[in-house]
Design a protein around this ligand. Structure first.
Ligand code: LAC
Ligand code: ZN
Length: 468
């Protein structure tokens, strides 16, 4: 037994330490689906003290540690290096405290988003952060990527819901700051360094999250429009007309709508024809069961009146609501057609979104005339998704498509990652949306917090020998 093996065994016990062939495949990959990792060890701690012991040992021996949550990331951020230690937080999944007076919930990082939703709802509260992979994504994972998802237009991203954090530093020091208030200006707000750092600056072990009272009403509609300028106007006018209740504003390009409704036709009839250039799925949530639906209908009638909406379907039941959301979320079947595919989560200012999408799509088709491209996004957040299939999953093809998309994004001064993070997949493009000085500052932070470079090394920042 090597020294590190013995130290890890001492930290978590033999039953929660796996090495070599005893490592299950699920620890080797993420949603990007490329089975390539050969970690040296998997450890499954139960307590923050065990996490600290693991990091102390790894730091002393100079062995890389990749922390894993639900492994539903898409950028290889949770894919370990050869020989590295996988630190899986799956056994640290307790819902520790729900404080109904302060409207907060404190959980361990391995709890799934869905488990937190359910605990909050049982007590009459909503954790607004919601995304398609809610059943597998963990609190630690959504914090490490600063996930956004479907309701950011109203309640913000993960960063806006984290009030307090506990994290373990590279040297094993446990830093606990589980505050329950929004306002805390007592010096540097270190938790924001951890949020979105993809396991490169520390290991998040606990979080205190801000809850909201659960809304009494949910209104959902699908809207067709005949131009992106109408989409933009619709967002602005609905925000006002719905009195601040607009909680989702999801835009789908015609190709997306066609492909999804066609692929799922056996399961459900399309809610409206596929003949419109753009579709917007909106949801509003409020507190007045009588007034809210009436206001919602009036706002949509006004949108039709103004020519912003060409067609509208309003969900009349929970079942109809699910069917409308399925148009946006039931992507499994259509995505099979695109496989092997490349997925993007860029952001640009809303005013630049249509032109950026067009530029990226034109550039992709310039390389691959028959490319299948799904274009959609969380328009209210400036967040645009492309899923691209060119019939070739090779690194060379991926690079060509990446360049097409990221060049368009850079031209608009946007970001190469709106919500999924950088991981390994995008690190060579960091310079497309960050200046050399911004990247230099990131390196200073990384060196200060992880001088031995053991925390998820190689993720986010390209190796320092490269030009960026
Ligand atoms: C979505 C994921 C891909 O919004 O972020 O569908
Ligand atoms: Zn998304």
């Amino acid at each position: 037994m090597t020294d590190i093996h013995a130290q890890l065994a001492k930290a978590v016990g033999d039953t929660n330490l796996f090495a070599g062939d005893a490592i299950e495949d699920r620890y080797r990959t993420d949603l990007s689906g490329i089975l390539r990792a050969e970690p040296g060890f998997v450890v499954r701690p139960r307590t923050v003290q065990e996490v600290a012991a693991i990091l102390r040992a790894a730091n002393a021996e100079g062995i890389a540690v990749t922390t894993q949550g639900g492994r539903t990331g898409t950028v290889k951020g949770a894919v370990p290096d050869k020989g590295a230690i996988v630190l899986s937080l799956e056994r640290m999944s307790a819902i520790e405290e729900l404080d109904p007076l302060s409207m907060t919930i404190t959980v361990e990082a391995g709890a799934t988003l869905q488990a937190v939703h359910e605990a909050a709802e049982a007590a009459g509260f909503l954790l607004p952060l919601d995304l398609g992979s809610r059943g597998s994504a963990t609190v630690g994972g959504v914090i490490s990527t600063n996930a956004g998802g479907l309701r950011a237009v109203r309640w913000g991203v993960a960063r806006d819901m984290v009030l307090g954090l506990e994290a373990v530093l590279a040297d094993g020091r446990i830093v606990t700051g589980l505050k329950k208030t929004l306002k805390d200006n007592a010096g540097y707000d270190w938790k924001h360094l951890m949020i979105g750092s993809e396991g490169t600056l520390g290991v998040v072990t606990r979080a205190t999250l801000r809850l909201r009272p659960i809304p009494r009403t949910t209104m959902t509609a699908l809207i067709a429009t005949d131009g992106f300028d109408k989409v933009v106007a619709l967002l602005r006018d609905l925000d006002i007309d719905l009195g601040g209740q607009l909680s989702s504003f999801e835009v789908m390009w015609q190709d997306f709508y066609q492909m999804i409704t066609e692929a799922n036709r056996a399961k459900r009839a399309p809610p409206m024809p596929a003949s419109y250039p753009f579709y917007v799925l909106i949801e509003a949530m409020g507190g007045d069961p009588v007034g809210d639906p009436a206001r919602f209908e009036a706002a949509l009638a006004a949108a039709i009146e103004r020519g912003q909406a060409s067609d509208v379907v309003i969900a009349q039941s929970g079942r109809e609501r699910d069917a409308l959301w399925a148009v946006r979320e039931d992507l499994m079947e259509p995505m099979r057609k695109l496989w092997p595919m490349f997925a993007f989560d860029v952001s640009v200012a809303l005013g630049d979104m249509a032109a950026t999408a067009e530029r990226a799509i034109t550039a992709i088709r310039g390389e691959y005339p028959n490319a299948l491209i799904l274009t959609y996004g969380h328009a209210g957040d400036g967040n645009l998704h492309f899923v691209v299939g060119v019939g070739d999953g090779s690194p060379a093809a991926e690079h060509r498509v990446d360049l097409a998309v990221y060049s368009a994004v850079a031209q608009a001064g946007g970001s190469i990652s709106a919500e999924h993070g950088v991981g390994l997949t995008k690190r060579d493009y960091l310079g497309f949306s960050r200046t050399p000085d911004e990247i230099a500052l990131m390196r200073i932070l990384k060196a200060a917090l992880d001088p031995g470079n053991i925390l998820n090394p190689g993720k986010i920042l390209p190796p320092s020998s490269s030009l960026q």
